[in-house]
Unconditional design. Sequence first.
Length: 633
Amino acid sequence: MCGIVGYIGTQVATEILLAGLERLEYRGYDSAGIATVSEGKIHCVRAKGKLYNLREKLEREVNHAQIGIGHTRWATHGKPEEYNAHPHLDCGMRVAVVQNGIIENYRELRDELKSKGCEFRSETDTEVIPNLIAQFLPEKPIPELQDSNAFLEAVQKTVNRLEGAFALAIAAAEYPDELIVVRQQAPLAIGFGQGEFFCASDITALVPHTRAVLSLENGELARLTPLGVEVYDFTGTRLKKMPRTLSWSPTLVEKHGFRHFMLKEIYEQPAVVRNCLEAYVNQAWHAQENCELSPINLGLSPKLSENLAQIQILACGTSWHASLVGKYLLEQLAGIPTQVEYASEFRYAPTPITPNTLTIGVTQSGETADTLAALEMEKQRRSQLQPEFQARLLGMTNRPESTLASIVDEIIDTKAGIEIGVAATKTFVTQLIGFYCLALDLADRRGTLSASRIEEILIGLRHLPQHIENVLEQQERVIEDLAHDFAETQDFIFIGRGINFPIALEGALKLKEISYIHAEGYPAGEMKHGPIALLDAKVPVVAIAMPGGVYEKVVSNAQEAKARDARLIGVTPVNDLEAAETFNDLLPVPEVEELLSPILAVVPLQLLAYHIAARRGLDVDQPRNLAKSVTVE
Ligand code: M6R
C-alpha cells in the first residue's frame, strides 16, 4: 500500500518523481505529494485525490531542484485529506519523509515528541518519523564543520526506535546531497543511473531509467548521493551490495492501445498461460517413453514433497480463489488432503500443527502483509519442533523478487509479467497453471496418476491458450453488448459447483471491485438453503455450467433460479442445446474436460465485469478504496 519514490542526480527531480508516482499509483491513490530540496529549504506540495491533482498544482510553479521524494497514498492512519498526505515534515521543516507501511508504536513516540515541544499537523503515524530524525540531527550545522554522517546517523537512531513494517525515503534541508532510504518489511528498490540514483516501492517505477537495480532487504538503509549508494544495516555496519541487471522492458508497463490495463491484461492471458506451460512442462517427456524425465519441472527440491501428508495454503482475495482450485487439484490428482485458509484469519486462529505438512503462501504481489505474517508465524511456531513438524514453505508469486522470497524456502514464479490493473486477471490464470503443474508434479512423484492420464491433462492444458484466444475473439463484442443491460443492476449472484465454485467467487469479486455492484458467489447447490430468497427479476444469476460431473446439477440449480424470475446467464459450451434453452443469455466457451474448465470459465466473467464497469464510466484500473499491493494488515 502506498508508493514511494526518490531521486537524486542532475535532472529536474519533479518530473521524474511524478512519472515514478504514475507507475506506482496502482498502490494507492487517496492523495499524492512530493518534497524537493534546494537552497537549504524543503519545498513540499501535496494534493488530495489522484495524481493529476498534484500534477495540476505543480504545473503552476517552477522548481529546478535535483533531489526529491514522492508519495502516492492508500490511507491507513487518518482520512484521505491533504493535511494527511505525504511527505510529512518535522515541525522545524528540516526533514521530509515519505512512508509505506505502519508505525505501530507511533502513539507513544508522538506523546514523547509532544512533551518535547513538537507540534503535529496530521493524524498520521508517519509524522513522528521526521520529528524523531530532526531530534537526532545536530542543531543548525555549520556547512564547513558539518559532520558528513550526521544525517545517516540520525536516521539510523530513528529506525531503531520504530516498531512495525515500513519503507522510507528521507530528504533533509541541510543535507541537499543525500537521500536516505530504509526498508523494514515493506518493499524498496534502488535504481542505479549515470550520476543519478532512484528509489521506488516497486521496480516498475525504475525501469524507464535503468535496469541496474538493488532491492534492499529488511533491516537495511542506504545513503544515495550523486556519487553512489552506500548500504548499511540498522546497527550502522556498512554492507557490500551490488545491483542486479533486470531483463524487464519498460514497455511492459504501457497500455499498447487498450483503453485500460485490465483489458490489456485479460488479452495477455493466452500468451502468459503459454509461457508458464513452456517453462514448467517438460517438452521432452512422453507417457510412452520409459525414461527418467519428469513431466513437470518446477525446480522444487525432493525434500519439499518427501512423506508429504498434508498441504495448507495461505492466501487472500483472488489468490485465495486460485488456491481453492488448487485444493481441488491437489486432492483429486495427487491425493493430498489440502486446506485453504484466509491468511488474515489463520494468523489469529491457526490450525493445529500436523506433521509432514507443506505450507504454500500464494500471493501475486509477494507483499500482502496478511499472507507474509501468516507464513512467518507458521515458520516460527514450527521452528523448535521435531524434524517432521518443521515448516516446509513454498511460495507462489508473480514477483519472485518480493518479500515473500525471503520467507519461504522455494518459489513457483507464475511468470505473468507485471500486472497494473488492481483487479487481478492474468496473474489469476497463471496461479491456476501453477497449481495444475504442482498437482501433476506431486501426482507423478507419488504415483497417484498414470503416465497416460498425466499426458492427457498436459495435452488439454496446451490447448487452453488457443481456446482463450477464441473466447476473446468471438465473445468480447457479445459481452460488451450484454454489459449494457446491466449498467444499472444492483445485485448479481454467481453460482458454480466443484472445481468451478471458486470461479463463481472470482467472477463476483471482479464485478464487486471494479463496478461497485453488489455480487455474491455461491456453490450452486447452496442457493436453496437461503440465498434463493434474494432472487427476483432484478437479480441476474450467472451460472457456470461446464460439462462434467456436476453439469446437470448446476443446470437444475439454474432452473430453480429462473423459476424465481431471475435472468439467467450461462457460462457454458458453445453448442450446448440444453443450455441454450435454459439460459436467457449465454457467455459461451469452448468445451474442454471439466478439470481444465476454470481457466476458460473465468475469462467471460472478467470481460463481463470489465465492460459493466467501463459502461458505468468507472476507473477500472484504480477502483475506489483499493490498492494492488496490500501491505497493511
Ligand atoms: O498480491 P496478493 O495476491 O497477495 O493480493 C491478494 C488480494 O489483495 C488480491 O487478490 C485482491 O483481492 C485483488 N484486488 C483481486 O482482484
